[in-house]
Design a protein around this ligand. Structure first.
Ligand SMILES: Cc1cc2nc3c(=O)[nH]c(=O)nc-3n(C[C@H](O)[C@H](O)[C@H](O)COP(=O)(O)OP(=O)(O)OC[C@H]3O[C@@H](n4cnc5c(N)ncnc54)[C@H](O)[C@@H]3O)c2cc1C
Length: 284
């Protein structure tokens, strides 16, 4: 039985693997892709240590290579089930089953994109998937946030600090006392622009915008964990101060536990959870 299996090789999972290795614990890390920044060629410019902004996917890929270089076992595969067994957990992919005393869920959050004309064309050109990353560029500008539910409200809270002019485009039920913003409920038809997005077209007309933030959260990895009976609150896995879920030996870190959805925070979580896992294994 392995001491630790880490599911996810984004910043949280890789950092945890590195800090565990420094404590002489060899984790196995399984990831299916580069996570939130998979295929994201736009530049990350708010992470420490890069003089020049770095394409998101390159930053994550370098983290994976760093772990491999340190001798950490990194496997590319999709975990399809996780269950408790005597003394730990069984982690299954389509072809393999692995056993471990502890599991770290560092599976990130799935951000749902929007399948409307113009989305692909203007993603990164006025359409953003992350308020904390790009909201700053739209200070005092005309902002639209598209979505509903807890994730949209999270993004709205941040964007409202950047501009007084934020409109919600939603097909969900937004309670009037929940927000004080303009709300547009007619369906979006397309995103229109020139070299960058300038308007949202709905079935009722066109709305001028400077920046659009998509916040259609359906975090499938949270659902995956909740099948095990992990307590979920507002689409985040609930963990204690040691990053442990309500199931002993099952830890979680990074975007999946909520808070700032940022690389720096995921890296911090990864470092902290490694220490907790180390302490847990010592007591076993
Ligand atoms: C478009 C976009 C732009 C962003 N720009 C910035 C930015 O400029 N600066 C910044 O700080 N942050 C940015 N972020 C946020 C940042 O990417 C995340 O906060 C960070 O990647 C979270 O790290 P994580 O390790 O928790 O999860 P992720 O990086 O999402 O990694 C999750 C990992 O879990 C794996 N996984 C999930 N489910 C399974 C499964 N069933 N089996 C196996 N593996 C699985 C994935 O393959 C992946 O390896 C951006 C996010 C997006 C979407």
């Amino acid at each position: 039985m392995k001491p630790v299996i880490i599911i996810g090789y984004g910043p949280a999972g890789i950092t945890a693997g590195i800090y565990l290795k420094r404590n002489n614990i060899n984790a196995m890390i399984i990831g299916k892709d580069l996570g939130a920044l998979d295929g994201y060629t736009d530049l990350v410019e708010n992470y420490y240590g890069f003089e020049q902004p770095i394409p998101g996917k390159d930053l994550i890929a370098q983290g994976v290579e760093q772990a491999k270089h340190m001798g950490i076992q990194v496997v590319t595969d999709s975990v399809i089930s996780l269950k408790e067994i005597e003394g730990g957990f069984e982690v299954a992919t389509a072809k393999h089953k692995y056993e471990a005393k502890t599991v770290l869920l560092a599976t990130g959050k799935t951000r749902t994109t929007i399948n409307k004309p113009g989305f692909i064309k203007y993603r990164g050109k006025g359409i953003s998937m992350c308020a904390t990353c790009d909201g700053y560029f739209y200070r005092r500008k005309k902002i639209a946030v598209v979505g509903c539910g807890a994730y949209m409200l999270h993004e709205l809270e941040y964007l409202s600090r950047m501009s007084p002019d934020v409109t919600i485009f939603t097909d969900g039920n937004i309670l009037e006392d929940e927000v004080t913003h303009k709300v547009v409920t007619e369906p979006i038809v397309s995103f229109i622009g020139t070299d960058k997005v300038t308007h949202i077209e709905t079935t009722n007309g066109q709305y001028e915008v400077d920046g659009i933030f998509i916040a259609l959260g359906t975090p499938s990895s949270v659902e995956f964990a909740s099948q095990l009976g992990v307590i979920v609150e507002k689409n985040n896995l609930l963990v204690n101060d040691q990053y442990e879920t309500n199931i002993p030996g099952l830890f979680a870190a990074g975007d999946i536990i909520g808070g700032k959805l940022q690389i720096a925070k995921a890296v911090y979580d990864g470092m902290m959870v490694a220490d907790s896992i180390y302490q847990y294994l010592r007591k076993k």
